[in-house]
Design a protein around this ligand. Structure first.
Ligand code: PHB
Length: 255
């Protein structure tokens, strides 16, 4: 593959263009994309044009660019994330109907929690999670469950890196975090009050396939109605544990 003067391959340049899109920045001008990639303007414009003509990017009426439907279609084809989401959805709906707050499914992806699904009641409390959005492993309840069960190598890397405080209550001390992760493995769930925002408590449990943790199932509750880390299992924790078991059974039948 031909390399640019900067040494990037064509594939790397395409990825740089696609990577300028985030859950918050979904529509951009070609000029903004070019600036954000740091690629030469003409080269960025050419790549954007080619991706538009292949349907991987789309142009709206005002000429602004968004990710294309074709990219979505290709990404979902045969995707293990989609299989997991499909197995989880009926059970997430039951949790959602019972708890009436936010119910979410996340997987470990490049040392972050990536959210595959989120169901929300119209009257549910605050929640910053977005489908296809990410949260730090050490800060979100889903992330904590995924980190507790991650490969020891991944866990050590995360624990060794600076742990950013998302809120004043995020656990950023590696020693405290290590013992929290051990307690998550022991108890089978986590209750994380105020770790992302002061007003919410995340509660999460692991979902296993073939004995390995493949996802975290969570609810985000208003702080005042949520269990505390010390409380014995509550309706939310029981609903999550029951749903995780049911997803595990369904996943077994899918294989
Ligand atoms: C959590 O998973 O702990 C969590 C996620 C999103 C929020 C609050 C808490 O807005």
């Amino acid at each position: 593959m031909a390399n640019s003067p900067s040494g990037d391959s064509m594939t790397q340049r395409i990825v740089r263009v696609l990577d300028t899109f985030t859950t918050e920045r979904t529509l951009q001008t070609a000029t903004d994309i070019a600036r954000r990639t740091g690629l030469p303007i003409s080269s960025a414009h050419r790549i954007v044009g080619e991706l538009v003509s292949e349907g991987l990017l789309e142009r709206d009426e005002e000429g602004r660019i968004r990710l294309g439907m074709r990219l979505w279609e290709l990404a979902l084809r045969g995707s293990s994330a989609l299989r997991l989401r499909q197995a989880a959805l009926p059970h997430m709906e039951r949790v959602q109907a019972q708890i009436r707050e936010h119910t979410q499914l996340a997987v470990l992806e490049h040392e972050e929690a990536l959210f595959l699904e989120r169901l929300s009641d119209p009257d549910a409390g605050a929640n910053i999670t977005r489908i296809a959005g990410r949260l730090p492993l050490h800060a979100s309840s889903s992330g904590l469950v995924l980190l507790a069960h991650a490969d020891p190598e991944v866990r050590e890397r995360v624990l060794a890196a600076p742990l950013r405080a998302v809120s004043p209550e995020t656990v950023t001390d590696a020693v405290t975090l290590r013992s929290l992760l051990a307690s998550i493995r022991r108890r089978g769930y986590v209750v994380a009050p105020g770790s992302i925002e002061a007003v919410s408590t995340g509660v999460a449990v692991p979902v296993r396939a073939h004995g390995e943790v493949v996802a975290a199932l969570s609810v985000v509750l208003p702080r005042e109605t949520a269990p505390t880390p010390e409380t014995a299992p509550t309706p939310a924790i029981n609903a999550l544990i029951g749903a995780a078991r049911a997803i595990e059974l369904d996943l077994r039948e899918l294989h």
